[in-house]
Write a protein that binds this ligand. Sequence first.
Ligand code: NDP
Length: 320
Amino acid sequence: MQYRNAGASGLKLPVISLGLWQNFGAEADDVATRDIITTAFDHGVTHFDLADNYGPPQGSAEERFGRILHEELAGYRDEMVISSKAGYTMWPGPYGDWGSRKHLIASCDQSLRLMGLEYVDIFYHHRPDPATPLEETMGALASLVKAGKALYIGLSRYYASEAIKAQRILEGLGCPCILDQVRYSILDRTVETDHLLSALDGKIGMICFSPLAQGLLSSRYLSGSIPAGSRAKENRFLKEETITPAMVAKLNRLDMIASRRGQSLSEMALSWVLRNPGVSSVLIGVHSSEQLLENLSTVGQGWNFSEEELTEIDAIVFAQ
Ligand code: NDP
């Protein structure tokens, strides 16, 4: 594994971190999920990313992770970076979501109870809240650090202008923000049009979710069919209708570039995000240890792309 500092902080993250948004809920296979987590840790994936609402149902991924942690990895807590988040709907009534102090503190307490932890390493506000003063949300995050319930603070889905405002407030509170968690992949360039990386200016690291565009940027859909058990077959967060003939053609053209580079499509997609030193880590999700190991093989392949390769990739992505 290779490690990079999270922004300007001293916290080192593995370049590939494991997210438990999908595939770790109540219905997930106990043996397979244990295998994924222990295999990841054995390969230097020290960072595990959770949130209060991961499941389904909400909370079940944290509960499962806590169980596996205590049964399989007891004694290794100090070698791990565990994150959680609050901000999406968790319980009924006006305090069950968004960014009030009331919600964030209650949700963090629930996550700690579910995982059986005294503290999380990183606690994120999961999404900006237009109806709560940013000072209140950031103040709540700083309180969690001061109470010893979180070591570092992160933002999630904050784009440039809000991230900078949040960082200034947190600095004033003596609690620097170390990460902004945002979607970034060959297929999703929102952070580029937002100029997020230059706005963060190396002070806050970018940790990128869905670097494989939920599996599109892998061999999963290259044949044009939708395999049983795939995320597109579940048709919830990745819709079946996304796998159009035009999308499949695009993916196959990207796969040809990957082959020329001696990589699988998923390896190239991860390298492409990691080529940027402002990216502290990519957050992958996996269904099996086989997928995990393929993705981990990216480490050590180098992140270099020629100008021609980058131009060719952009031409494929932005073609009408
Ligand atoms: P990815 O883009 O890595 O997609 C993961 C999916 O891709 C897997 O479930 C699997 O799909 C498929 N896949 C992965 N590796 C391979 C492979 N080698 N070969 C074939 N298919 C593969 O990331 P996610 O969208 O899962 O997001 C990752 C993490 O990011 C989350 O767990 C979460 O921690 C974080 N996240 C944060 C968000 C936020 O709002 N802050 C939002 C979303 C994610 P299949 O199941 O079909 O096999």
